[in-house]
Ligand binder design. Structure first.
Ligand code: ATP
Ligand code: MG
Length: 704
């Protein structure tokens, strides 16, 4: 389509400077660039112009976003705009090469998915002619950055001719990032909607330019009231989920807003699969009064529902954790950052949030189409901090982005992935690819010479690599580990446990808990919060579970960490026994969204464990672990597994069917839809579908 059609579909009359500059610099048809332009300045459309150009010329486009929620937002937008092209989002399962993606013209992925696809050496990667990196500052993130950095560097090495477009609002060292991507640096300092940033301390608003304005009171409430009075909507950021929830409750109680359509939204929650959860009850109760909290403890679908209701203006206030801060368009006139101090697990104390993060959160305010201006305030509670906050956040630039591949465990993971994805890798090639990294741009040859030899020899000692004179080869287990996307340290622990696992398996000892504990301690698993839940239960359990590997060899460095691991193991054990989310939350204090995160990761790790055990020739144990992985996926005891294999049957319906005597696919195939229809939660349509499904599965199995 030509540019006019594109603008029309994007609902835009004229270009913003952020977009014009691309044309002026001759970058529409060819060339690569890094666009550093403020939040809400229309960077997406700048990228869309290039994407359109590529698609028109028969190219293939890959668009990468850091978070699933952002990937979805973009997917929805692109499917509409690039209507005549085949658009696809791919963010799920890691262990597949996604060959079907070849059919698509525009694919949207998260960074992690991109990395995993590269590990599988998918051949369609070579057809990509444009790579778009949204929110590229994530490359500096200690957890997510290395994956992005390696995946992109590998891509740069293998796809020399593909164009590159990178976007971010917070790049201070634009020269380094551009050098890394071998792309033209472009900086635009223009924002369509003015954003006034300031701080609030004891009755006074102090703006960036030094002007002040009186506002009586302190803390969050006066600011929220001020914004609502002017007809705005508000996002308040909290560092801790518990604060987001309790403040949503305080605000709801104090303000008691009666929005339109809120009862409908409450109905959605009540009907959701999570309706048994206490957290959801609390959510429903604040939503009735125009406020919602938004954090990763809530299931993804529910977060989406909250976001759309806020966009429609039904909800007026969201209290959120910083996960809401990346690139999304929400109509907040006012953003409030309730605290600039946050507990950092890696250093074990509270530290100030980064300037980059402050500006990303602030940037959610004043989005075009929604507001004519935006404002962002940081709350200061002590006079002592006034100057510091002013200097640090309001009058300085975000920190430069620096490579996080300095981290050795990340480097190990990525070196193994690299070598195994190539089969064999010459020493020269290995160094050449690493010369494409940001690590190299920033640290030079010395940094590679210092870290790579150590990483390579440790991987060799653990049996994942073999070195010869000219290069490296991944062992079959090393290769599988990398394809399975597990950290080599996790895989090493799994391998260490196999003898003990086999010994107990052969004696038919109960193994669920020890296995789940092993899974829970792996570096790949998220650590659960210890804030809620009874310590005594955990201490007792920790004592009782017989570990599969000696404690000295476990990646657990303290008693609190052992309790965290135990907490995760116990909740997963309840999950695969079919216990409801509500009860797990009640007993162990693990919220449904967290439980989901734990069980998803554990599903994949149990699968990886089963694959590794299979490679070591222990087929029976491997089958058993595979079953655990399936139970983990659905949250069901073993006897319900046949039922959840049917589409439309999850843990709740499976239990209902089972209790009424439908225990196998055959039982269903031999019943009638009239019978099934009578069961709670099954209905006419589903019962017909179930019968059809069950009969075709059953007939297929009997005719063989
Ligand atoms: N030329 C334009 N005219 C009118 N509206 C526009 C134009 N370009 C973009 N917009 C709108 O501006 C809003 C913000 O754009 P976009 O999401 O691309 O911001 P961004 O620069 O990516 O910001 P962030 O750094 O926060 O991700 C969107 O709602 C978009 O539709
Ligand atoms: Mg954006």
């Amino acid at each position: 389509m030509n540019l006019d059609v594109l603008l029309k579909r994007a609902g835009v009359n004229s270009l913003y400077p952020t977009q014009r500059v691309i044309i002026e610099q001759g970058l529409l048809e060819k060339g690569s660039f890094v666009l550093a332009a403020p939040t809400a300045s229309g960077k997406t459309l700048a990228a869309e112009m290039i994407m359109n150009e590529e698609l028109e010329n028969g190219g293939k486009v890959l668009y990468l976003a850091p978070l699933r929620s952002l990937a979805y937002e973009k997917y929805e937008e692109f499917s509409h705009i690039f209507d005549e092209w085949k658009v696809r989002i791919s963010i799920g399962d890691y262990d597949s090469s996604e060959e079907p993606l070849r059919e698509y013209d525009l694919v949207i992925m998260t960074y992690e998915k991109f990395d995993s696809v590269q590990r599988h050496r998918s051949s369609w990667l070579s057809e990509i002619s444009l790579l778009v990196l949204d929110e590229v500052h994530y490359v500096g993130d200690p957890h997510r950055g290395p994956t992005l950095e390696m995946a992109v560097s590998k891509f740069l090495y293998n796809n020399k001719y593909a164009r590159r477009v990178a976007l971010s609002a917070t790049i201070t060292n634009l020269d380094e990032i551009s050098k890394w991507l071998d792309a033209k640096p472009i900086r635009v300092d223009w924002r369509p909607v003015p954003l006034r940033a300031g701080m609030f301390f004891d009755g006074t608003l102090i703006y960036r330019d030094g002007t002040t304005e009186p506002l009586s009171g302190r803390g969050v409430l006066p600011l929220v009231e001020r914004s609502l009075r002017s007809g705005g909507q508000v996002i308040v950021f909290y560092n801790r989920r518990a604060d987001a929830v309790s403040w949503a409750e305080k605000l709801a109680k104090k303000l008691n807003l009666k929005g339109r359509e809120l009862e409908d939204l409450v109905d959605v929650l009540k009907l959701s699969a999570y309706s048994s959860s206490k957290l959801i009850d609390r959510l429903a109760s604040v939503i009735r009064r125009g406020v919602a909290f938004h954090h990763a403890g809530l299931p993804f679908e529910l977060r989406k529902v909250i976001e759309s209701s806020f966009k429609r203006g039904d909800l007026r206030i969201i209290t959120a954790t910083p996960t809401l801060a990346a690139g999304v368009n929400l109509p907040a006139r006012t953003v409030i950052i309730s605290s600039y101090m946050r507990y950092d697990r890696t250093v074990g104390r509270i530290v100030p949030i980064s300037v980059m993060e402050f500006w990303q959160m602030a940037g959610r305010a004043g989005r075009p189409r929604y507001d004519r201006y935006g404002e962002a305030f940081i709350i200061v509670n002590s006079e002592r901090d006034v100057n510091m906050v002013f200097k640090r956040y309001l009058s300085s630039e975000p920190e430069p982005i620096s490579s996080s591949l300095y981290d050795i465990s990340q480097l190990r993971n990525h070196v193994l992935a690299l070598i195994s994805s190539q089969g064999y890798m010459g020493k020269d090639d290995l160094y050449k690819i690493f010369q494409k990294t940001l690590l190299f741009v920033q640290g030079g040859r010395r940094i590679l010479e210092r870290s790579l030899p150590y990483v390579l020899s440790s991987l060799e000692e653990e049996g994942f690599l073999i070195e010869d004179r000219a290069g490296y080869r991944a062992t079959s287990i090393g290769k599988r580990v990398s394809e399975l996307y597990v950290d080599p340290s996790s895989a090493y622990i799994m391998i260490q446990s196999v003898d003990e696992l086999e010994r107990r398996f052969n004696r038919s000892e109960a193994l669920d808990l020890p296995v789940l504990q092993l899974i829970a301690m792996l570096p790949d698993m998220p650590r659960v919060s210890m804030l809620r839940g009874r310590r005594s239960i955990l201490e007792e359990a920790a004592e009782e579970i017989e570990m599969l590997i000696p404690l000295e060899e476990a990646p657990i460095s303290s008693l609190p960490e052992l309790l965290q691991v135990t907490k995760a193991a116990l909740s997963l054990n309840m999950w695969i026994s079919g216990v409801s989310e509500g009860e797990i939350e009640e007993k162990l204090g693990v919220e449904p969204g967290d439980l989901r995160g734990l069980s998803e990761t554990a599903t994949w790790l149990c699968y990886a464990y089963s694959e590794i055990v299979r490679l070591l020739g222990k087929h029976k144990i491997s089958d058993w672990l595979r079953k655990i992985s399936m139970r983990m996926r659905y949250g069901v005891p073993e006897e319900l597994l046949p039922l959840v294999s049917l589409k439309g049957i999850g843990r709740i319906r499976a239990k209902i069917l089972y209790d009424r005597g439908y225990r196998t696919v055959k039982d269903i195939a031999l019943s009638t839809s009239e019978d099934l229809e009578k069961l709670p939660g099954i209905g006419k349509k589903l019962s017909k579908e179930l019968i059809d499904q069950a009969r075709s599965v059953y007939h297929a199995s009997t005719s063989n």
